[in-house]
Design a protein around this ligand. Structure first.
Ligand code: MG
Length: 331
């Protein structure tokens, strides 16, 4: 299939899974959802025999396959829709992801002396054993996705520059400016650290932010990266758009101006608020917990602040000092 075909196919993707991970003690992966009525759903491909679909279309993995020393499997699902045969491939991953509170902000770069948002900073966060590594995504003038914090790099405005120009940009550590494809591909080499993907707000208007959001979600699906990726954004409409496109994805809001009650009403999964917001609204931590929303606080680098937040039992802390936070947790 051509790239254009894959993209248009993804826009109308008829399948999604409620969950993308399994463990040897959690063989049920999740329900297969279809956007339109699909008949005769079945599993295809070389791994089909390792999985089963029950009568309510819940995908399960068989014990032998779950116990095997294999980090993930690709499963092909096929059925008959209104316009003929539809099929999609899912990557389901053995859940060996780390459970700690540590999210490396733009990767682990500060102590390591490398560049933020570089592939090396991601590799460092993985090596350290962070639960997640955060990074920021923008879109070039010709709709290619790049990882960088600022809207500009070395004086070049990412949103107004074609990919061919951006690909020539070298980071201070010698790497090329990473594309989202390269970043995801690197992160998917392992199953310990989640990829915390921030969709940046466009300076060119709401439509552009929403177009970026669609592109990002499409790419995550095309690369079968759903098990790895969690989304964050400052733009509330972007957060809601991700949930509309991919309801199973974990999406947290960054701005700090919504109560846990509002987030829950809009079916978001958590807050990821600045520490000043959380200090001012301490009760939100408990409120969020009761609503089964996750709590994440950015960007906390001071030992006393880290200590306070650990005491408050927030789920995650996003920090430029992952080494320090890890050492505090281990004590
Ligand atoms: Mg960010």
């Amino acid at each position: 299939m051509s790239t254009a075909g894959m993209l248009s196919g993804m826009a109308q993707s008829v399948f999604s899974l409620a969950n993308y991970t399994y463990t040897p003690s959690q063989l049920t992966i999740g329900a297969l959802r279809t956007q339109e009525p699909i008949k005769r759903l079945s599993l295809k491909g070389p791994n089909a025999k390792l999985f089963s679909l029950d009568n309510v279309n819940r995908l399960s993995i068989k014990t032998g396959a779950a116990n095997a020393d294999k980090p993930w499997y690709d499963v092909i699902v096929e059925g008959i829709g209104a316009k003929g045969t539809v099929r999609d491939t899912f990557r389901v991953v053995k859940d060996t992801f780390i459970r700690n509170q540590v999210i490396a902000h733009r990767g682990a770069w500060k102590q390591a002396g490398t560049t933020e948002n570089s592939l090396t900073s991601l590799q460092n966060a993985i090596k350290l054993g962070c639960m997640g590594s955060e990074f920021d995504v923008h879109m070039s003038s010709d709709s290619v996705l790049f990882v960088n914090h600022d809207h500009t790099i070395q004086g070049i405005e990412i949103e107004k520059t074609p990919a061919a120009e951006l690909e020539k940009v070298k980071l201070s550590n010698g790497e090329s400016l990473p594309t989202l494809a390269a970043y995801l591909s690197e992160g998917m080499q392992q199953t310990k650290t989640k990829l915390i993907l921030e969709i940046k707000t466009s300076r060119l208007g709401k439509d552009r932010s929403l177009a970026l959001t669609e592109r990002v979600v499409k790419m995550v699906h095309q690369m079968k990266a759903q098990a790895w990726v969690e989304y964050i954004a400052f733009d509330y409409e972007v957060c809601k758009k991700v949930k509309a496109l991919t309801p199973e994805a974990k999406v947290s809001y960054l701005m700090g101006d919504k109560t846990p009650e509002q987030l829950a009403a809009d079916h978001l999964d958590g807050f990821d608020y600045h520490q000043t917001v959380v200090r001012k609204n301490e009760a939100w931590i408990q409120d969020a917990r009761q609503r089964k929303l996750s709590t994440n606080v950015w960007t906390v680098n001071d030992k006393a602040d880290l200590s306070w937040l650990l005491g408050q039992q927030v789920d995650y802390i996003t920090t430029n000092e992952p080494e320090l936070l890890l050492s505090m947790i281990q004590k």
